[in-house]
Design a binder for this molecule. Structure first.
Ligand code: GDP
Ligand code: MG
Length: 421
């Protein structure tokens, strides 16, 4: 097992300096998820990171001693390291060095199960490597310098780059194919009310879907990034039409951009939703920062404008006073909030009610008139709308049904007369 030392060194004036302990705790959980044992921590507030080694000389020296004393095999920085910094620190310490982005990529790589997730992670890793490859070689040339070494180095890097670019192209093409077949699937489900669970990792998204859909097979774990693949389940709301609820990969602070980009296809399930359920761990001391992180990623995915319901989860962990204080704070800061527990008996009732309300609003009751002789259109009404009742009047079938605007438009185009009630 890797023996890891964690390093947290935010800038003195950054917002992150107040949350140094929490951020290192989260980094420790990430490292644990990746299978490393934490054997030490080094922290420092920096005026300005050194361009060459990130940490200053003294701190780096201290770190080198710690590594040697404890016998650490890995050093993980919470902050982003440039390729040059990473390489220099590695040379200085004589041990492998990683930053947070690399650690997250590694976790995704070991957790990917389906071929789609594997391709997405590989794509992100290659994109991450490409610029580093170049700078790594530049760096090597500088330190070795010698004439004669430059030629082979350049040839080598060109070959590597070409291979990587080629592989990236193939992966992109294959992922496009997956995306297209997903679109076909989605088109088949048009008309149903769709909600997507989004939120910080470990907030309880999968637990919520498991309980809502009574699906004990959905994987829940007290670890970061238990879920990588989108999973859609029908949730019965006691109304005619079930809602389709999708669980997706969770977000985290400093999620690597390449990863967000390559998971775009997966996250398009969420783009397509009528309503985002932003799940928040109400029992987490830094839930407010987590909300900001999630909103940032949503903006990056161009989902910031979607209707969103803030679902504060795990309220079973709060006592009455704490819950009351939380509710006040939350309602001050955001509209559309509900408070639930995925694990307490009946704890998800507020969410069920909210989903039912939203699904009814999207699919109001309309009166649909179809000629009784048009069996084909009648069948289509029954297939695509929720028919509440129907009666025949002078050769016309009059149906009362719940349907959305798009479906109403389609049926109108085929000859149905439709009035919103
Ligand atoms: N006490 C409590 N724990 C919960 C609740 N919901 C989820 N958890 C726990 O939180 C951890 C993460 O849950 P999971 O559903 O995998 O989170 P995800 O990463 O958002 O999908 C698991 O250990 C769950 O058992 C809740 O309402 N109350
Ligand atoms: Mg999950």
């Amino acid at each position: 097992m890797e023996r890891a030392i964690l390093v947290g060194a935010p800038r003195k004036r950054s917002a992150a300096r107040h949350l140094l302990t929490e951020h290192l705790e989260e980094l420790a959980r990430l490292a644990d998820t990746a299978g490393a044992e934490i054997v030490g921590e080094v922290t420092q507030l920096l005026d300005r990171p050194s361009p060459a080694t990130y940490l200053g000389k003294g701190k780096l020296e201290e770190l080198r001693h710690r590594v040697a004393d404890i016998g650490a095999t890995l050093v993980i920085f919470d902050d982003e390291l440039s390729p040059t910094q990473g390489k220099n620190i590695e040379l200085e310490l004589g041990t492998r060095v990683m930053d947070r982005a690399e650690l997250i990529l590694d976790i995704f790589a070991t957790r990917a199960r389906t071929s789609e997730a594997k391709m997405q992670v590989e794509l992100a890793q290659l994109e991450y490597m490409l610029p580093r490859l170049a700078r790594m070689w530049t760096h090597l040339e500088k330190t070795r310098g010698g004439i004669g070494l430059r030629g082979p180095g350049e040839t080598q890097i060109e070959t590597d780059r070409r291979l990587i670019r080629h592989r990236i192209k193939i992966l992109r093409e294959r992922l496009d194919d997956v995306r297209r077949s997903r679109e076909v699937q989605r088109a088949g489900r048009r008309g149903a009310f769709k909600a997507s669970l989004v939120g910080y990792t470990n907030a309880g998204k999968s637990s919520i879907l498991r309980s809502l859909a009574s699906a004990p097979d959905i994987f829940v774990e007290d670890r970061l990034f238990a879920t990588l693949d989108p999973l859609t389940r029908e949730v019965s709301l006691g109304d005619h039409a079930p809602a389709l609820v999708t669980d997706t990969v969770g977000f985290i602070r400093k999620l690597p951009h390449d990863l967000v980009a390559s998971f775009r296809a997966t996250l398009e399930e969420a783009t397509d939703a009528d309503l985002l359920l932003h799940v928040i761990d109400a029992s987490h001391p830094t839930w407010e920062e987590q909300v900001l992180v999630v909103n940032e990623v949503l903006a990056e995915l161009e989902m910031a404008e979607k209707p969103v319901l803030h679902v504060f989860n795990k309220i079973d962990r709060l006592d009455g006073d704490a819950l009351h204080a939380l509710q006040e704070r939350a309602r001050d800061r955001m509209r559309e909030t509900i408070f639930v527990s995925a694990t307490a008996e009946g704890g998800l009732e507020p969410l069920r009610r909210a989903l039912l309300g939203a699904s009814r609003a999207k699919r109001p009751v309309m009166e649909v008139e179809v000629s009784v002789t048009d069996g084909r259109l009648l069948a289509e009404v029954h297939r695509t709308a929720d028919v509440l009742d129907q009666a025949q009047r002078d050769g016309v079938m009059v149906l009362r049904a719940r349907l959305d605007d798009a479906t109403a438009g389609r049926l109108r185009g085929k000859g149905a007369k439709i009035r919103v009630q």
